[in-house]
Design a protein around this ligand. Structure first.
Ligand code: FEO
Length: 393
């Protein structure tokens, strides 16, 4: 699909409507797009990011269909193959082209895609490349979300190609973003899975791009933003250090004993003005959990005991939370067992790197009794006081 972005800047990407999961991890509500951009200068033509290998043939054909007969430079903003995977084929089609990228990405595409070193020009931060009447300026921006990432700023047009950063798994007929709840949700899930572990650098790059006062943001997934503040404001919020007045309640419950306690805690929290999100760790959509992790300040995980330990779904959630590095500050566990074992110890260990304030867990045999509900009342009160101390209430 080709579409004019600005004079002599073309969108040359594709929608992948049928993709239902990305990285075999987060389910997609709206497929995704792989965005490639063609910048035609008065002397040279550059392609910024290429294509997911599954669509290489269609991608290459589109150059012929749209009369692009010359490519001088292939700019690799990132080495992951949904953007770099078609570089070898594009080099075959345009053998005189040079791949332009930073040293870290150059190593990646040599090792992962066997791009020959002699075909690569390595640039440094701030270096410029003239296409004649257009100039590309490279901003090496590691950590969003690989060590090899960079942005390409097209100076005369005042637009920036940010690759994965500021992207969304989203498809469209018109490449320009129309703000909507659906787009925001897709961008937030994408942020949660890909960018949240790198929130500190996200905040830095949001500010850098704001300072540039660009006219447009051109990511390599999802729509182009003619109003950059729309996506920059969302990222500033999601990557912020402070969570919201929100408790996450992921749970798995074999005989509903644990679920009854989670429901009771949710009711007690609601009475104190604290919203919660209940999440079924077996049946739920992992994307919903990831999104909730962007906002939540407290996580109380409920699990049944299975074979003397937590249910595997609980381990999965705790592992995900530990690697996504959410902004949560407080955690606890609620659980029910039949005959014994260690329900919480290993999960608490896995969360150690997050340096959470852990409230005394509640463990009951079978169904909760009156004294257990009193403990849950107490847990709700502790959460209330901690949220108040954090200025969330
Ligand atoms: Fe869209 Fe990190 O690749």
């Amino acid at each position: 699909m080709y579409q004019k972005i600005k004079d002599n800047i073309l969108y040359a990407g594709l929608n992948d409507k049928d993709r239902v999961i990305f990285d075999e991890l987060i389910p997609l509500d709206n497929g995704t797009s792989y965005n490639s951009y063609i910048v035609i200068g008065s002397e040279k033509t550059a392609v910024i990011d290429t294509m997911y290998p599954k669509f290489t043939k269609e991608y290459l054909n589109s150059f012929d269909e749209n009369g692009i007969t010359k490519v001088d430079y292939i700019i690799a903003n990132h080495g992951e193959q949904d953007h770099s995977g078609s570089i070898p084929a594009l080099l075959e089609k345009f053998p005189s082209a040079t791949v332009v990228t930073n040293a870290v990405c150059a190593k990646n595409i040599q090792e992962m895609l066997l791009v020959p070193a002699e075909k690569i020009k390595i640039i440094t931060n701030g270096e410029e490349l003239s296409l004649g009447d257009k100039t590309l300026k490279f901003m090496i921006s590691p950590g969003v979300h690989w060590p090899d990432t960079m942005f390409t700023y097209i100076k005369e047009d005042n637009v920036i190609c940010t690759c994965d950063f500021l992207g969304a798994h989203y498809i469209f007929d018109d490449v320009f973003a129309v703000p909507s709840k659906d787009l925001e949700k897709s961008a937030k899930k994408y942020f949660a899975e890909i960018m949240m572990p790198f929130s500190t650098v996200c905040r830095k790059y949001v500010q850098q791009i704001r300072d540039l006062k660009v006219d447009m943001v051109l990511p390599s997934h999802g729509p182009v933003h003619k109003n950059p503040d729309y996506i920059l404001d969302l990222y500033a919020d999601w990557a912020g250090e402070k969570g919201k007045n929100l408790v996450l309640l992921p749970y798995v419950s074999m005989y509903h004993s644990t679920e009854e306690m989670i429901d009771y805690l949710a009711k007690k929290l609601e009475e104190k003005g604290i919203p919660s999100v209940k999440y079924d760790m077996v049946e739920g959509n992992l994307g919903d959990l990831a999104m909730a992790l962007v906002d939540g300040t407290t996580i109380v995980l409920g699990t049944s005991m299975v074979l003397a330990g937590p249910h595997p779904a609980a381990f999965n959630t705790v592992y995900l939370a530990s690697v996504l590095r959410p902004k949560a500050k407080i955690a606890s566990f609620i659980g029910s067992y039949g005959w014994g074992g260690d329900l919480f110890g290993k999960m608490a260990d896995m969360l150690t790197p997050l340096k959470l304030d852990v409230i005394e867990p509640i463990l009951v045999k079978g169904k909760a009794k009156a004294e257990d509900y009193l403990k849950i009342d107490n847990m709700a009160q502790i959460i209330y006081e901690k949220h108040k101390t954090l200025g969330l209430l």
